[in-house]
Write a protein that binds this ligand. Structure first.
Ligand SMILES: Nc1ncnc2c1ncn2[C@@H]1O[C@H](COP(=O)(O)OP(=O)(O)OP(=O)(O)O)[C@@H](O)[C@H]1O
Ligand SMILES: [Mg+2]
Length: 348
């Protein structure tokens, strides 16, 4: 059986972990073969007796001088505490640097307290971490660009849908009126030229309105009258252009969001167009009330009823989408035989 001292030396010779001992003055008194090799020396003799800090730790990785007084590595000699660092660098004999992680513990030596340092070359670990970091960054970038692409697509789709609805509920509505008026003109031309002329004038007016609406849409604004005169006036103007008698009642004292105002306007426009096209109604009533927390818009016609979102038309389905997008609620009550009541409620 070897002496404990010899056994310890055998162990230190064999372990792959570099181990290093400094005396009280900070000079190297021991380095195991793993430490000698990793530091690029051939023999312990080349290191023994040299000042540890000035030999392997003299500069920082940024090239600045690393004063021994600021280095915690050998501090256990003074404090008696164990210290560690996972982010440090050592110099090899050839002047090259390598990243290390180290533990340094106080060690009682015959001449006073020294320190024993165990360290690991972390080059590979850092490279692996870098690969992981790069992969994570690439994944985040890819996810971000996917999300951006999706957002762009979604907003383009939403804008297209909005435009389609604005066209449908705005200019298209006016042109439907024009069509109906022109048909009447054809019927009346022989029998009542004076009435035919009046109808032609109305048709001309509606055509002009359609052109105005298209122009507003093209310039990206909602009906200008909404901004200049408010919802109720805009609805009255709409009613005045309708081939059916329409009574608009109500008032809005509160400030409405632009989108809500526009949605309410287009809702009434579509409901009036539907009444003209489908209901055979004799009159329509539009009621607007703004009472916290709701803006309520109701369109009531005394026609034949039976309205339902259909596969062929997009009007009622589009209204539901529009109202839904603003967290509002659309209800359609239209039993066969009538009447038809469309109610939209928007949170204020
Ligand atoms: N006020 C109403 N009175 C009676 N029936 C109606 C009324 N409104 C709608 N309808 C019926 O419900 C169907 C669906 O209406 P919707 O507005 O969705 O489509 P549309 O008016 O036919 O077409 P679009 O609005 O796309 O021009 C209409 O085709 C019609 O049969
Ligand atoms: Mg319709």
């Amino acid at each position: 059986m070897e002496s404990p001292h010899a056994l310890l030396e055998l162990i230190l010779d064999a372990v792959p972990q570099p181990v290093w001992v400094v005396d009280h003055a900070g000079h190297i008194v021991f380095a195991n073969p793993a430490a000698v090799a990793v530091l690029g020396y051939d023999d312990l003799a080349e290191l023994k007796g040299k000042p540890s800090h000035e030999t392997v730790h003299h500069h920082r990785p940024d090239g600045s001088v690393y004063p021994a007084a600021e280095c915690p590595l050998l501090r256990p000699r003074m404090t008696g505490e164990t210290v560690r660092c996972d982010d440090d660098w050592f110099f090899r004999r050839d002047g090259s640097m390598f990243p290390i992680s180290w533990r340094s513990a106080p060690l009682a030596l015959p001449d006073g307290r020294g320190a024993v340092v165990a360290f690991v070359d972390t080059t590979e670990r850092r490279a692996a971490e870098q690969v992981v970091r790069e992969r994570d960054a690439a994944e985040i970038r890819a996810a971000e660009s996917r999300a951006t692409g999706r957002r762009i697509m979604e907003s383009a789709t939403a804008a297209r849908r909005q435009l389609a609805r604005d066209l449908h509920d705005g200019a298209q509505q006016q042109l439907v009126s024009v069509l109906l008026e022109l048909r009447l003109v054809r019927e009346e031309l022989g029998t009542d030229p004076a009435r035919a002329l009046r109808l032609l004038e109305e048709a001309t007016e509606h055509t002009q309105t359609a052109i105005d609406e298209l122009r507003e849409l093209a310039s990206g604004i909602h009906p200008a009258i909404l901004a200049s005169r408010g919802l109720v006036s805009a609805l009255k103007a709409l009613a005045a252009r309708c081939p059916l008698p329409v009574l608009v009642t109500g008032a809005v004292e509160v400030e409405l969001a632009d989108e809500v105002e526009a949605c309410a306007y287009f809702l009434v426009a579509e409901a009036l167009t539907n009444a003209v096209k489908h209901s055979h109604a004799s009159r329509v009533m539009v009621t607007v009330t703004a009472r916290e927390p709701l803006l309520t818009v109701e369109v009531h016609d005394d026609g034949i009823g039976g309205a339902a979102p259909s596969g062929s038309g997009s009007g009622l389905a589009g209204l539901a989408d529009r109202v839904d997008a603003l967290d509002g609620q659309l209800t359609l009550d239209s039993p066969v035989g009538g009447p038809t009541v469309v109610v939209a409620e928007f949170p204020l």
